[in-house]
Write a protein of this length. Structure first.
Ligand code: ADE
Length: 243
């Protein structure tokens, strides 16, 4: 999968994309070593600075809003040119995405849909927003990470990228580890159960005996039951959705 990000703040992405699982997912050397057939890593990231497409001699891409009001609005032309130029860099068709609090709320179902795409092009807006006309023209999928407002679409874009990249084949160490976590199809959309590790007793608190029994059939049943109870207690709305 190719992921393009269009932003006024590319530096915000470098440490997040350069660490841990997101870094490994795009590391050609790591994937070359264990490649079967293809040598390409599961993802590649490409950052485009919208300011590079400014027509203005001061590299400005924003102007005050018509009709007055606070803040600045990003102009149509730099955004449009950035999208068209970036798309032309690769023949794979891009799913255009705009991060905005007015969009469809990101959930695991949407993450799975996006994870199946060959290419995502994510526009991270900033300031008061982007001129509505370029949004109409580009017709991106508008996605929100929740009903609260951040100062820009960069952090939401990183959240979307993390959620999608970890579902790509070969990214998580254990191929099944994304299948049985909260909201996943393997877990029937339930919340994950509790997890424990050594020591078996800590501050007078014991790990449930069943987990030490070695009986994997019983452990699976117990975990499923725990997931159901936890979901009933914390997110009963999820049980109603699956009925
Ligand atoms: N930009 C600002 N707030 C946002 C949100 N909640 N989701 C997506 N993009 C945003």
């Amino acid at each position: 999968m190719r992921i393009d990000v269009l932003t006024l703040f590319p530096d915000m992405f470098t440490s997040v994309l350069g660490c841990s699982i997101l870094k490994r997912a795009a590391d050609p050397e790591l994937h070359q070593a264990k490649a079967q057939g293809s040598c390409d890593p599961p993802v590649s990231y490409h950052l485009t600075d919208i300011r590079d497409f400014a027509n203005d001699k001061h590299n400005k891409v924003d102007k005050p809003p018509y009709g007055g009001g606070p803040g600045m609005v990003i102009q149509c032309q730099p955004v449009y040119d950035a999208v068209i130029n970036t798309e032309a860099l690769d023949p794979r068709p891009a799913t255009r995405i705009l991060m905005t609090p007015q969009g469809r709320t990101l959930d695991q179902k949407l993450v799975q849909e996006l994870a199946a795409m060959p290419r995502l092009l994510i526009i991270a807006g900033h300031y008061e927003g982007i001129d509505e006309r370029v949004i109409e023209k580009l017709d991106p999928m508008e996605i929100s990470i929740g009903d609260y407002v951040l100062s820009g679409g960069e952090l939401p874009a990183m959240i979307l990228i993390d959620s999608v990249v970890r579902l790509q084949a070969g990214v998580l160490g254990d191929e099944t580890s994304a299948d049985f976590e909260s909201f996943s199809p393997g877990a029937e959309g339930l919340l994950d159960c509790a997890h424990y590790t050594r020591p078996s007793e800590w501050m007078d608190m014991k790990v449930p005996d069943i987990l030490l029994s070695g009986n994997h059939g019983k452990i699976d049943t117990w975990r499923h039951e725990q997931s159901r109870k936890r979901t009933q207690l914390r997110r009963p709305d999820l049980l109603k959705e699956s009925e």
